[in-house]
Design a protein around this ligand. Structure first.
Ligand SMILES: Cc1cc2nc3c(=O)[nH]c(=O)nc-3n(C[C@H](O)[C@H](O)[C@H](O)COP(=O)(O)O)c2cc1C
Length: 201
């Protein structure tokens, strides 16, 4: 057993406050390379990444997603003043993240299947594979002394995400990682006890 590695895996944290320090392109490149060593169904490697480092691109994406969120919240009956506060907070968070990595599933990486069950299973496997790359990316960032948080917003505004970043229509946004040097050290959120989630058969 390599207890150092277990400690490494357990000390990755979702960090939401970053130092303003930029992250070198070479470091981002190394993290992405490591992310691509994640396992994938049939080794199809269906993950795709869009990297945002400029203030303009981060703002543009956050604004596009927020516009969609505002409409949805309005339809849900949330008061406009609350919506305004949430939108401003979201845009601020996106702008303050030194790097944003949007990760997508390439829907063309699913081979046609002979029946509906197989078709659905293969599509899910592609998305699961993309998620493994998301985790691997967070762990690679952790290895660099960086920290990130997986942000789900693009999943709720896929068209707006693609349009804002001018990405191919076959890329299905799954999430994004806010990445940077940590300006906080949050305690590990409590974990559910194994006794509650494991059945030894
Ligand atoms: C699929 C997924 C979606 C998430 N979405 C968000 C999000 O939108 N905003 C956020 O602040 N954190 C988000 N998180 C981070 C979780 O809140 C975090 O992983 C969890 O609280 C456990 O904390 P830890 O990562 O420090 O162990 C997401 C994590 C995952 C895996």
């Amino acid at each position: 057993m390599n207890s150092d590695l277990h400690t490494f895996l357990r000390t990755r944290r979702s960090v939401r406050r970053f130092k303003p320090e930029a992250v070198q392109a070479a470091t981002i490149q190394r993290i992405l390379e490591t992310a691509t060593f994640a396992p994938s169904a049939h080794n199809l490697q269906p993950w795709r990444f869009a990297i945002l480092t400029s203030l303009e691109s981060k703002f543009h994406l956050a604004e596009a997603i927020s516009a969609r969120f505002s409409e949805d919240m309005l339809a849900d009956g949330i008061p406009e003043t609350d919506i305004q506060i949430r939108v401003e907070r979201s845009i601020r968070r996106a702008r303050e993240a030194p790097v944003i990595i949007v990760f997508c599933h390439d829907s063309t990486r699913v081979d046609p299947q002979p029946n509906a069950i197989s078709q659905q299973a293969e599509a899910i496997m592609g998305i699961q594979s993309t998620a493994t790359a998301g985790l691997q990316l967070l762990l690679a960032a952790h290895a660099e002394g960086l920290a990130g948080t997986w942000i789900c917003w693009p999943l709720f505004a896929p068209q707006e995400t693609l349009a804002a970043l001018n990405l191919p229509v076959d890329w299905e946004p799954q999430g994004m990682i806010f990445l940077g040097y940590p300006a906080e050290s949050p305690a590990a959120p409590e974990r559910v006890r194994l006794e509650e989630i494991v059945k030894w058969i």
